[in-house]
Design a protein around this ligand. Structure first.
Ligand SMILES: *Cc1c(COP(=O)(O)O)cnc(C)c1O
Length: 434
């Protein structure tokens, strides 16, 4: 399948660059880490993206994990269409927010009270504000390569797009604010202990992706999350699980259910909106009660709790509760991961496949990847070659070494088989060239 020539995409992307910054509305979409002309998408269905040239791709981006049911799931589509006729935004409370909130609380019981917002960035930013209000402290601790959206406080040693572009911190973030964000390596409890003893009782919150997915996928080492829970408790620090990716992905109740750990606060996004812009933050009642109008920490949103988005979430979550949903999704991803490892061995190309649930990353790294420093040792130019080899064979991977592949329920065994034969051919081509 020769898909190198994509004239319509090239033409539209040219036009895009004259109006949209970098031709995109979110940086990783620009393919800067892999080169070449980015996809310009015409439409999508199930596991497939179809670009404006009519080329079809098996999609492992799935809107960066939001689409666990795949594109244009019929139930989500009809819920959104029905809701559109009933009004697209009310600017007042509707029963839909209550219902989605209650559903989320039954899945994630550590969330006693919730606030819906429109993006993960808003949710993490607001969760930290609540934690600071609760503890009356300023410092926050995050992990190198952890991504928590683009609010000022988080753009220090962050993953995702910043990792892709090799940026350690963003321009435009005041030094004074950046100094309030502490960073330690993921999976390194000794470093956490050290930083807590250096800043004893000054850390408002520790925010962590319980399964890291924005430096590529890195699972928590045994005991890591348990230790974090204990250390935060002892220090009077609010433990925030950023489950924007892992929520309703690693398990219905998120990573906190899978690892049986109760954070004080949780941030959700992506899946809960069924592909529409929704996120949420929530947690212990005494913390959430500090948010306006109940408390003094201000946070608001014109389109928050948007009814179209609530309907998409309400159409999505029940389908995830179907018995066996996660077992079969994860089994498909596990087979993909296992056979990619076998393909690496056969080809002689050095690499490691990290996987957790339906998330995986093939790192072109010599050594296993347990944190951001390890991830950064990957051969990103080899990744770029692999990415284009796969794209030309009709498989769309995230266009960066430092992102997760997302397997959805719309992916079929046949999709996985086609992906694997493309991967074998792509790795072979790399082995021959190197
Ligand atoms: C995507 C993501 C965010 C940010 O969400 P946006 O909706 O893109 O603002 C925050 N945290 C994690 C873990 C994410 O993956």
């Amino acid at each position: 399948m020769e898909q190198n020539a994509r004239p319509r995409s090239a033409e539209l992307f040219d036009r895009a660059q004259k109006i949209l910054v970098g031709g995109v509305d979110s940086p990783v979409r620009a393919f800067r880490a892999v080169g070449g002309t980015p996809l310009v998408v015409d439409h999508a269905k199930g596991s497939r993206l179809i670009d404006v040239d009519g080329c079809e791709y098996i999609d492992y981006v799935c809107s960066w994990g939001a689409l666990i049911l795949g594109h244009a799931d019929p139930d989500v589509v009809s819920a959104v269409a029905d809701q559109a006729r009933r009004g697209t935004s009310y600017g007042m409370t509707s029963p839909l927010e209550i219902e989605l909130g209650e559903r989320i609380r039954s899945a994630v019981p550590s969330i006693e009270r919730i606030r819906f917002v429109s993006s993960g960035t808003e949710a993490t930013m607001s969760a930290v504000r609540a934690a600071r209000a609760f503890t009356k402290r300023d410092l926050i601790l995050k992990f190198e390569g952890g991504y928590h959206g683009h609010a000022d406080s988080f753009l220090v040693e962050a993953g995702s797009g910043l990792a892709t572009f090799g940026i350690s911190s963003s321009a435009g973030v005041p030094e004074a604010l950046a100094r309030l964000t502490l960073n330690v390596p993921y999976n390194d409890i000794a470093a956490v202990e050290r930083i807590f003893s250096e800043h004893s009782r000054k850390i408002a919150a520790v925010i962590v992706e319980p399964v890291a997915a924005n430096m590529g996928v890195v699972a928590p080492a045994p005991g890591f999350l348990e230790s974090l829970r204990k250390i935060a408790e002892r220090a009077g620090t609010v433990l925030i699980f950023d489950e924007v990716i892992s929520g309703f992905r690693i398990a219905y109740g998120g990573a906190q259910a899978a690892f049986d750990i109760q954070p004080d606060m949780t941030v959700l996004g992506k899946i809960i909106g069924g592909g529409l812009p929704v996120a949420a933050y929530g947690g212990r009642r005494e913390i959430m009660e500090l948010i306006s109008p109940e408390g003094p920490a201000y946070q608001a949103g014109t389109l928050s709790g948007n009814p179209l988005a609530m309907r998409a979430g309400l159409a999505t979550l029940p389908k995830l509760e179907t018995p066996g949903f996660y077992n079969s999704l994860n089994a498909m991803a596990e087979r993909l991961a296992a056979e990619l490892r076998a393909a690496l061995r056969e080809s002689g190309v050095r690499g490691h496949v990290n996987a957790a649930g339906s998330l995986l990353t093939l790192f072109f790294a010599d050594e296993p990847v347990r944190n951001y420093a390890d991830a950064k040792k990957s051969n990103t130019s080899r990744f770029a070659t692999f990415f284009h080899q796969m794209l030309n064979r009709g498989v769309f991977l995230p266009p960066s070494q430092f992102e997760a592949l997302f397997v959805s329920a719309a992916h079929t065994e046949d999709d996985i088989n086609r992906t694997l034969s493309s991967a074998r051919a792509s790795l072979e081509a790399i082995a021959v060239a190197k």
